[in-house]
Design a protein around this ligand. Structure first.
Ligand code: 5AD
Ligand code: SF4
Length: 361
């Protein structure tokens, strides 16, 4: 078997069938995949990991995704919104530590109050950071006009996870209505590229009904859309959500975790110079999860810098590391683990995806 895997890894273009074989690789063979991914990372983007300070701006969401703990329909959630002052304080924290960027994430809202507020907030962040911080948004689907406004106000990167590139599976994990539309979600990625954003997407791994073929297609989807950034993590069931009823049909959490590491490695091999985040959900399964992600090809870690009092309300899934003390001690520990994974932290750099620079050339 080792031979087949080695031979596939030497190919210039991986097909869906190749990817399925690689995704099914046993533990020893998986090490070959990880090794290859580490080589590709070193060659194309260097051994740097970037910190992005994650600010979970609000858990108010107009959507009702079947897997997500902060879905509109979950009444057991205390809804919050972080104030501008608190956001700016968190930005200052990132600036003081020379982190090149922040990510502003929230549930999806398209109402005027929210859109205007984000625009004003972005202007304040730009004033504070004087372009020393790249701002990534993860605020769901928006109209081209809104995307343009937010871009002009200072956001340069945007993440919209496709969640699954298989339309049938997409509709098994989302309600079938106007708000949750696969084609619109796909179009959102194209709108982002047209608006000039460095564009990111991602999927969940180990969803009920999901096959290795689906995951291979997810990887090819990302290549076809030509994304610049990716964040993917294991699906973790949440008891207050409709998808919880399939909890007995899931592959074990440890398998979802291993499959996520494989997906990271394969995306690195497939797309070479994109930014790949080592998702927080990996850490929810294994305390060293984010560092393992770095070892197998990821180059971004997003420490949560939301004020601690809000952490427990942003429970997308069960076991989300509740209060992660992103203190200086914790960061020193993270740095140590990143060094052990063979990387240096890229301080004082925006850490834009090399892929984007190549894409717009
Ligand atoms: N398990 C893992 N990831 C989840 N997300 C939402 N709910 C879950 C869950 N139960 C992810 C989705 C979403 C991102 C913000 O969090 O991929 O895009
Ligand atoms: Fe809202 Fe995002 Fe959760 Fe869906 S995944 S319910 S859009 S926060």
């Amino acid at each position: 078997m080792q031979e087949t895997i080695s031979r596939i890894l030497e190919k210039e273009n991986l097909t869906k069938e190749d990817l399925v074989v690689l995704l099914s690789a046993n533990e020893a063979d998986t090490e070959l995949i990880f090794k290859k991914a580490a080589q590709v990372k070193k060659k194309y983007i260097g051994n740097y990991t970037y910190f992005r300070g994650l600010i979970e701006l609000s858990n108010i969401c107009s959507k009702n995704c079947f897997y997500c703990g902060i879905r509109r329909g979950n009444k057991n959630v205390h809804r919050y919104t972080v104030t501008d002052e608190e956001v700016l304080k968190a930005c200052q924290y990132a600036l003081d530590r020379d982190w090149g960027s922040i990510v502003i994430q929230a549930g999806e809202r398209q109402d005027k109050i929210f859109v205007d507020r984000v625009e004003e907030l972005l202007k304040k962040i730009t004033d504070l950071s004087k372009d020393k911080i790249g701002v990534t948004l993860s605020l769901g689907e928006q109209t081209p006009e809104v995307l343009k406004r937010w871009h002009e106000a200072g956001a340069t990167r945007y993440l919209v996870r496709i969640e699954s590139s298989n339309e049938d599976l997409f509709y098994k994990i989302h309600p079938q209505d106007e708000l949750h539309n696969f084609q619109k979600r796909k179009q959102a990625l194209i709108d982002l590229q047209n608006a000039g954003y460095m564009t990111g997407t991602g999927v969940m791994i180990g969803l009920p009904f999901q096959t290795l073929e689906d995951l291979a297609d997810d990887l090819l989807f990302m290549k076809e859309i030509d994304i610049d950034m990716c964040g993917m993590g294991p699906y973790i069931e949440h008891e207050d959500t409709p998808l919880y009823e399939y909890k007995n049909e899931l592959i074990p959490l440890e398998e979802r975790y291993k499959l996520t590491l494989k997906m990271i490695a394969l995306l690195r091999i497939l797309m070479k110079d994109v930014n790949i985040a080592s998702a927080t959900a990996l850490q929810a399964v294994n305390p060293d999860g984010r560092e393992e992600g770095i070892r197998v090809g990821a180059n971004v870690i997003m420490p949560n810098i939301t004020p601690i009092k809000y952490h427990s309300s942003y429970n997308l899934y069960k076991g989300k590391p509740e209060i992660v003390p992103e203190t200086d001690n914790y960061i020193a520990q993270l740095e140590k683990q990143i060094a052990e994974a063979g990387d240096t932290v890229g301080y004082g750099e925006l850490g834009d995806p090399v892929h984007f620079k190549n894409r717009i050339k």
